[in-house]
Design a protein around this ligand. Sequence first.
Ligand SMILES: CCCCCCCCCCCCCCCCCCCCCCCCCCCC(=O)SCCNC(=O)CCNC(=O)[C@H](O)C(C)(C)COP(=O)(O)OP(=O)(O)OC[C@H]1O[C@@H](n2cnc3c(N)ncnc32)[C@H](O)[C@@H]1OP(=O)(O)O
Ligand SMILES: NC(=O)C1=CN([C@@H]2O[C@H](COP(=O)(O)OP(=O)(O)OC[C@H]3O[C@@H](n4cnc5c(N)ncnc54)[C@H](OP(=O)(O)O)[C@@H]3O)[C@@H](O)[C@H]2O)C=CC1
Length: 515
Amino acid sequence: MSMIAAFYSGKSILITGATGFMGKVLMEKLFRTSPDLKVIYILVRPKAGQTTQQRVFQILNSKLFEKVKEICPNVHEKIRAIYADLNQNDFAISKEDMQELLSCTNIVFHCAATVRFDDHLRHAVQLNVTATQQLLLMASQMPKLEAFIHISTAFSNCNLTHIDEVIYPCSVEPKKIIDSMEWLDDAIIDEITPKLIGDRPNIYTYTKALGEMVVQQESENLNIAIIRPSIVGATWQEPFPGWVDNLNGPSGLIIAAGKGFLRSIRATPMAVADLIPVDTVVNLTLAVGWYTAVHRPKSTLIYHCTSGNLNPCNWREMGFQVLATFEKVPFERAFRRPNADFTTNTITSQYWNAVSHRAPAIIYDFYLRLTGRKPRMTKVMNRLLKTVSMLEYFVNRSWEWSTYNTEMLMSELSPEDQRVFNFDVRQLNWLEYIENYVLGVKKYLLKEDMAGIPEAKQHLKRLRNIHYLFNTALLLIAWRLLIARSQMARNVWFFIVSFCYKFLSYFRASSTLKV
Ligand SMILES: CCCCCCCCCCCCCCCCCCCCCCCCCCCC(=O)SCCNC(=O)CCNC(=O)[C@H](O)C(C)(C)COP(=O)(O)OP(=O)(O)OC[C@H]1O[C@@H](n2cnc3c(N)ncnc32)[C@H](O)[C@@H]1OP(=O)(O)O
Ligand SMILES: NC(=O)C1=CN([C@@H]2O[C@H](COP(=O)(O)OP(=O)(O)OC[C@H]3O[C@@H](n4cnc5c(N)ncnc54)[C@H](OP(=O)(O)O)[C@@H]3O)[C@@H](O)[C@H]2O)C=CC1
């Protein structure tokens, strides 16, 4: 019997960010392994015209929850969706709901965050720092609370190259930042943002670091742990391989590459691609929840959930396998044939951006205009290149994360728990994982049918022929222009033509003699 699964039975669990990528997988695993849990409270806001109830209904009816519904048919009765907006005071939770949350919650998993790299500092501070502080305040009023698990990121200190499982302070106290956000206007905030984030690449990593400081400062009477996952990717094994539902991290780039929009990137091929499957993160999170509640460590423990030091894979290997999978299962209606050029040089990268990305987009838009349609490719390409430029920081560096706490926890688990809540990335086969990831992107993000593969392959063949035809035509035009302008080129051309003519005449004469 799994001790971790048994621990969650009968418990009331509060999850923030349950409608997000990681939150859904966390909920799914909890219901699947501990169907006897009492209730999962989730803080949800209405979004995109859907009420909170409609959002929950949609999640429960998704493919991700198919197994859960077999194991725990009354799952909908065990989810309590609480209307909440983490941007607002007291999260805009009603008095009754708040009362219930405070008096019943046993475990808190805080996953909600803004993960956008370019969010405005005020909004990112509100969500990643102030909301964390408010949630901790709520937690301190929960008499039955056994553990509070905060999800951070391994990149919160990405300005360092070796990162230990400790909290590194930021130069300005989070409380001062929170206060200043209340009275500074947007223009001043924009001005001071670069100074505040310093040598971090974006507002996201900076505000997650501030969030960790808040956790440390408010942790006095609470039983807290922090998880720091690296780049979270599709599921490895559970509930099935390759599940993914958003474009963050590599997923969006896999689409862009598979559809032939993105064919080169400024990336260091030998840099470690520190991906971690979302189910691995969730397994570690649940194990940490159990360990923190049962063993009550004296200080706040931080757990790195990374792959690089235990089972490294570099970007070259990853890109190679992604391309190999495109050969087997191509994406439908690709713009160009997928390709992967890595360059570490900024000038070469700009050259490839012009030749491989912008020029085809301009030509395609010209074609759309000619055929009376609205041009759109240049706009799509500009947005993609903006996204790529924001992700480039992470594919041109390697980090070393120590994983003592994570390994210690692994050794504390029973063999059954090590199996059911497996977070040992040494067992991960990258080639298999990446193939399933690409397949998952095709199935769950692009919603493409496997029956369309022959047609997709046919389409790629047509694109290859167009490519050859286009290059040949380009070469001929260039050559024609050259011989029109240069005597030297003309001489070379006449020499080649007369040489070919002589060779053919000789060949014809010798074959006539033989007869
Ligand atoms: C070296 C690799 C090989 C490369 C080879 C060369 C190319 C050939 C490829 C072969 C195979 C390549 C496959 C492997 C690629 C691996 C690359 C992996 C890079 C991973 C880096 C991750 C770093 C993560 C570090 C920290 C981790 C975390 O803690 S948090 C989670 C990460 N957070 C994010 O990823 C959020 C990032 N997104 C944003 O911040 C914003 O969306 C934006 C700033 C990028 C854009 O904002 P904007 O307001 O302009 O637009 P928005 O409305 O948000 O979206 C615009 C359109 O772009 C789409 N979109 C959004 N995100 C992505 C994305 N990550 N990739 C691609 N597209 C994205 C979005 O859907 C919109 O589309 P439309 O609706 O159609 O307009
Ligand atoms: N994905 C990754 O690569 C990594 C993620 N992390 C961390 O993991 C955690 C989960 O990330 P992930 O699941 O990928 O992110 P998602 O963007 O998929 O999910 C974010 C969640 O936060 C919720 N949220 C955002 N704003 C509010 C708000 N104002 N009120 C209520 N809820 C809100 C979202 O709700 P809604 O659906 O309503 O928008 C959503 O449920 C985050 O803390 C992130 O920093 C760490 C490392 C890597």
